[in-house]
Design a protein around this ligand. Structure first.
Ligand code: ZN
Ligand code: ZN
Length: 352
């Protein structure tokens, strides 16, 4: 089968013919991938910009951790899933032997692996995963939207970490998919003002407005974030600020418009340490919290939302392409002229 792989610790990806994963073992299922999204982290891996050195000893690996598809085969000891079921999958896989895993927190497992980063992922016709990773999607869910499950759940988890609630004023720094997903999640949680800021990011800010941002700021045109933010909110400071840029300077920028006792959630992957004024943070009693990945219960809620309100999330997807066009999709994602690019391995096969 055709697969998009990272084969060496250097810039680039390669589209290779590789063997199919084979029959699922005990507790595993084989999924025929319907759609898989290109994530910002995949672009970092493509460019090999740092922060992904942990992949080095797992190479070569097939990328793709945001996906959905139909179960093609079920291994022994798999209760409750059958061939033909439409599923997405939580990419974080725990060892299922340690106390963290027993408590249902695979994210805290020291031996966890990640589908599409440290074990083979979904930029291929088939991916083999533990059945426990699977989240059933309702029959009739658009598979292209099913590929949004993971980033939507990451955004929703960040909103939960930030304790966003009814009537909140929220600032999201960074209009990439995670920033967009946070904006959508904040709106779902009742935030009444959702401001998304970017830098030279017109296309993705437009998507942010389509998915629930009440205001957007392009800092290329309004370089002073604080005054532009306060003008947008009628001089209300933010209750919660989200940093989804990965730029260390954005932490201080975000703190400058955060109210006393407010929460700043950082969700960006930073290649450099940040420098912040801790005395101001202490005097303002502000909190900084880290948010990463997602929790299973959030996935079950999101599966229902995707089925019931597909139009709330459809604007996330800018382009749908065959797997054979993957490098073009990565280049478009890198240039930030598009929002989510979704690859469909089946499209390439139909054309062949
Ligand atoms: Zn992702
Ligand atoms: Zn574990």
């Amino acid at each position: 089968m055709l697969a998009l792989r990272k084969t060496a610790p250097a810039p680039g990806l390669s589209l290779d013919e590789v063997p199919e994963p084979g029959r699922p073992g005990p507790g595993e299922v084989l999924i025929e991938v319907a759609a898989a999204g290109i994530c910002g982290s995949d672009v970092h891996v493509y460019e090999w910009t740092g922060s992904y050195e942990f992949m080095r000893r797992r190479l070569p690996v097939i990328l793709g951790h945001e996906f959905c598809g139909r179960i093609a085969a079920v291994g022994p000891d798999v209760p409750g899933l059958a061939q033909g079921d439409l599923v997405s999958a939580i990419p974080t896989i725990g060892c299922m032997k340690c106390a963290a895993c027993a408590g249902g927190f695979a994210q805290r497992c020291e031996s966890r692996r990640t589908i599409g980063l440290t074990s083979d992922g979904a930029f291929a016709r088939f991916v083999r995963v533990p059945w426990l990773a699977c989240i059933p999607l309702r029959e009739g869910t658009d598979p292209v939207l099913g590929a949004l499950m993971e980033p939507l759940c990451v955004g929703d988890n960040a909103a939960e970490v930030g304790a966003v609630t009814h009537g909140d004023t929220v600032l999201v720094l960074g209009p990439g998919t995670i920033g967009q997903a946070i904006a959508r999640a904040a709106a779902w949680r009742g935030a009444t003002t959702v401001v998304v800021a970017g830098l030279n990011d017109g296309a993705r800010l437009q998507t942010a407005r389509q998915i629930g941002a009440t205001h957007t700021l392009d800092l290329a045109h309004t370089p002073d974030l604080a005054s532009a933010f306060l003008a947008a909110t009628g001089n209300r400071m933010a209750d919660v600020v989200f940093e989804a840029t990965g730029h260390p300077a954005s932490i201080s920028q975000g703190l400058s418009v955060l109210r006393k006792d407010g929460i700043l959630v950082t969700a960006g992957i930073h290649a450099q340490p940040a420098s912040i004024d801790l005395t101001a943070l202490v005097r303002n009693r502000q909190q900084i919290r880290g948010a990463h990945a997602s929790q299973r219960r959030g996935w079950e809620v999101m599966a229902r939302r995707l089925y019931e309100t597909p139009e709330a999330v459809r604007p996330f997807v800018s382009l749908v392409m065959g797997l054979d066009q993957a490098i073009e999709g990565f280049e478009q994602s890198k240039a930030r002229g598009v929002s989510k690019v979704v690859l469909q391995p089946g499209l390439a096969m139909e054309a062949a």
